[in-house]
Design a protein around this ligand. Sequence first.
Ligand code: GLY
Ligand code: MN
Ligand code: MN
Length: 442
Amino acid sequence: MMAPMDNARAYREHIAELTRRHEAAALRGQVDTIVLGAGLMEYRFLDDQAHRFVASPHFLHWVPLEQHPGSAVIFNPGEKPVLVVCRPDDFWHQPPALPPAQIAAAFDLRVIREPAELGAQLPGGRRTALLGPPTQFDGLLPEAERNPAAVVNHLHYQRARKTAWEIDCVRRAAVIAAPGHRAAAAAFAAGASEYHILAAFLGASRVTEDELPYGAIVGLNEHGATLHYQLRERSPPAGGNRSLLIDAGCAADGYACDITRTYAARGHDDFAALIAGMDRLQASLCDAVRPGVAFPELHRQTHRGVGALLRDAGLVDMDPADQVSSGVTAAFLPHGLGHLLGILVHDVGGHMADDTGKPLDPPADFPKIRFLRTLEPGVVVTIEPGIYFIPSLLDRLKSSPAGCHVNWPQVDALRPYGGIRIEDDVVVTATGHENLTRPLLP
Ligand code: GLY
Ligand code: MN
Ligand code: MN
């Protein structure tokens, strides 16, 4: 068994790495100070009710204070970073807590009572970059640059490489999500509705829907074909539960996990066999994750694998390579193999060639994929191949030249199952990879 992580030490090392990155970013942007604002509460139009507060990722990168609007980190190279915590004197709401000792120790901690007091904490007469939602900086340091590209691009490019602290956050997020996935699978098998399957997930993971890093996708039967299906039917489908696609993650200290599983109900053997085939393909793609691998090449490998799966299942009578070049596999798998994962579920920097923000050109055969970089140690990616029966894409395929190679009666028999996606979160190590989610959800 792995030794438990020394979180305090990992956090100190994380701060040391962020210090190096922000020093370099300040040089790039030719500024003396970088301020990273958490953002402010935003209110609904003509209403006194606030939207759910989501802290700016630049702020969360430094400090896991997820519900601290009006707070900020002030970074001056060569000095201990300042953490300004905004704690309103409020008897309508619970004021945000101060950070625990191991977090606070990394900062010169200051407390303000309202967001407007941030201005008094900022050093005047210095070249300053203000990073975060611009409304937090209204009226402050008018001469300071707001989100300058040179600073932001450096930080976004570097953010693909996670520190040990960040990897542990994703790992802890997966530990929180795993019991939810198990409870959801049991609820599905018992015939529950989408609404009740989600309730089972939330209850077993002991989270509220507000705390999820992205809207959970809980699709029964045909709903699995809607890639980001967002509804929650209150009643089970009239014909009963045939299949479940659940894409649901939790968060820990501001970092997301992103996990998908697909299940077939008992007796639906053809769909179960297709899930088993996709599971083997997904495992082989995870195995291919290692430093030096260009992600677009893994995407290509995915499409060849999907082509082989479609052929072996008797759905398409065509060589896998020809299926890829003629667009058949794209009709069944219209999204990318995966993406960077971290503070944001679709984390930043995936299309950058370097820290100036120069874009990488997408490959001509897959012009729409967004994660284009070559893997390196510390990068956390999702590996999420799928096969879907999406009516509009199947209609187009049917009328294309390759349509005659498709076994339509067999495809039609699988439409009522919607689709399959299997998604794990994988960290690139020095020599290969570690799958953060599969040991928890075999
Ligand atoms: N949960 C969204 C995605 O898998 O990208
Ligand atoms: Mn994903
Ligand atoms: Mn997902």
